[in-house]
Design a binder for this molecule. Sequence first.
Ligand code: NAD
Length: 483
Amino acid sequence: MRLTVIGTGYLGAVHAACMADIGHDVLGVDVDAAKVADLAEGRPPFYEPGFEDVLTRALDSGRLRFTTDLREAAAHGEVHFICVGTPQQAGSRAADLRYVDAVVDGLAPHLSAPCLVVGKSTVPVGTTARLAARVAHLAPPGVRVDVAWNPEFLREGFAVDDTLRPDRIVVGVTGGEADETLRRVYAPMLAAGVPYIDTDPNTAELVKVAANSFLATKISFINAMAEVCDAADADVVTLADALGHDTRIGRQFLNAGLGFGGGCLPKDIRAFSARAQELGAGPAVAFLDEVDAINQRQRTRTVELARRLLGGDLTDRRVTVLGATFKPDSDDVRDSPALAVAAELQRQGAQVRVHDPEGAAKAGLAHPQLRCSADLLTACQGAELVLHLTEWGLYRTLDPVKLARVVRTPLLVDGRNALPHDVWRAAGWTVKGLGRPAPRPEPRSAAPTTETLRTVIASMAAAGPDASAVPASALHVGPVGGR
Ligand code: NAD
């Protein structure tokens, strides 16, 4: 089928490449000419595992092209997917729909044959109906254009797999023809048994924001428990494990820590709350404001913990933040909790260095005042406090014995409760996690005389004053594993 994918960001670029991969003839459209040029050359404009492969495969097949021209898109597509951003409006909690509206306004007048416009962006309930009226007004007389909504549930870090093998496909349609068209688009997924839920547009739009609200609530629930655990000197990880054994609750999304961020969950729960209020259903989702407040509080709590551990004053203290992205396996730094904490520590006087294996460049652009680097050793050298704030797999393979020789003080805040605290303590570190019992005095480990330690010292000596020349693997247990 001839598809267009309008808006080729984290969602649209992956959708476009995957649709071509399953056999469709796809034209990707974006207003960002540099992004279009990169994609057309097979250069992913963002880090997403597996994306480069599927992009290259799709380009090589001849079934994927990119353009900035909406007229070309109008002429190409039987189905037009809208994948542009729907950020939070400045000065309001509501979604900013200007990009979605611009696509409809730019596309509809050029349509010359019957087609289906399908939104994938996350939008407030009622958007499909509003846009259908807009399209009917703008499309040339006699050209039948249907509008449907097909919300996207992909997770950054798993975007390719989630697109090719989704948990479910939800479509909000007003007629059987649109439903038939979407069943043809997703035929390989349906053949593989992926559940397909066809419903009305309002329900489809709500499924997406309800799903994100549930996930956000689960995270904030366990973080609220972490706050109570901190007050009661109890352990939130054991508590979560015990809760998780109950199959009605489940262990997923019960990892207490710094909380959620990114380009979706925070703005989606706020937009949902704002839209519910417009509909007179505000009290039904008032709890989302509390979910948001709990989530924001984890950032403040982490900064306060850092300040406390450094004796109450951050001025000129050397702090290293491990992780800049809002989650591992992505370079997306939008509303990143790790960066928010790093920026606040810096604002309070600390000398902050941020490490991230993939997001350092974007973090540096978003926060020019922070020193961001992809070199672990440089980032950690001389640190008086290390904060683990994004749970990249890379950090789980760090050797705490080796790292203890690089920092000034072996003091760790594990903001994700994802590192083996016992192992770090045995290596001489003082470790604090959110919602974990206060660290008890641990016997310092004997002077580290392991082979690995000799290796790191030797390699540092060989490197001389330019520590960045030391391979990152020098700080890891065995070979550096996955990111
Ligand atoms: P993004 O910012 O990465 O991408 C949006 C793209 O749209 C950008 O490349 C931008 O240049 C382009 N654009 C803006 N206006 C345009 C126009 N008029 N014509 C053509 N292109 C235009 O955003 P994203 O993360 O891909 O999210 C897009 C939507 O998908 C949002 O509604 C988001 O909530 C939703 N969503 C995102 C994810 C995710 O993991 N990123 C998952 C599910 C749903």
